[in-house]
Write a protein that binds this ligand. Sequence first.
Ligand code: PAF
Length: 265
Amino acid sequence: MSNQSNKSNESNESKAFVPTMGALHAGHLSLINLARTFSDDVVVSIFVNPLQFENPDDLAKYPRDIEGDSAAALTAGATEIWAPTVDEIYPSSPKIISAGPIASLYEGVNRPGHFDGVVTVVDRLFQRVRPTHAIFGEKDFQQLFLIKQWVREKQIPVEIISAPLIRDEDGLALSSRNIRLGDQGRSDALIISKALFAAASSDNPQATLLDYLSAAPGFTLDYAAVIDEDTFELASESTEKPRAIVAGWVNGVRLLDNMQMKVTR
Ligand code: PAF
């Protein structure tokens, strides 16, 4: 499996895994740092999964820099980099795993089949890596929820660890897409985190999000909802873990963000 390895502790029984599609930024490196707290053996995969792209152009344009990414991951604490080919992961036409009904909400409305593709590749990656712990970022909160749900339902023997979303100093959630925003786009995009911070201290977070986001210059809202972290249903007064999830477009770039809200009861 190994492409590059600087493993020092072969006898360690735990194995932490950070699956990525490359284009690594500080958010990914924080996942690798977190992985190190669970094991001395940290595998990072770099695989641009064709099954999770609805648009062939997006797949073709996805940034690929295996050497740069490998170097960054090793510096951040990875002990093994695995960059499989498409044939290695999908030697024959893959049986697609369903990510369940919640996969068709929110991100799934824009990206039908996306989460089925994510769960299918994560299953393949887990089968090869056999991690005891796998780290996923809260940035993609719906992805994290669906992976946790699938692991629980299929009783897959791995602990899914959630890693906090990382923001730039100006509040923008880190994403490989941010470089495509341009200066004006970057400044327009800041409305998303402003709205989330305001909602987090509001007694009516849903209304606050819409106040900020429904007519913000340079921003086109896709959705803004306050959901229950445990079920992904819309939050109610009895919800113990409400979280706002937001998606929208700035300068042709689709951005996602989310934040825990205060309990209002
Ligand atoms: O979050 C990502 O980068 C991808 O969806 C993942 C989990 C590596 C699967 O391809």
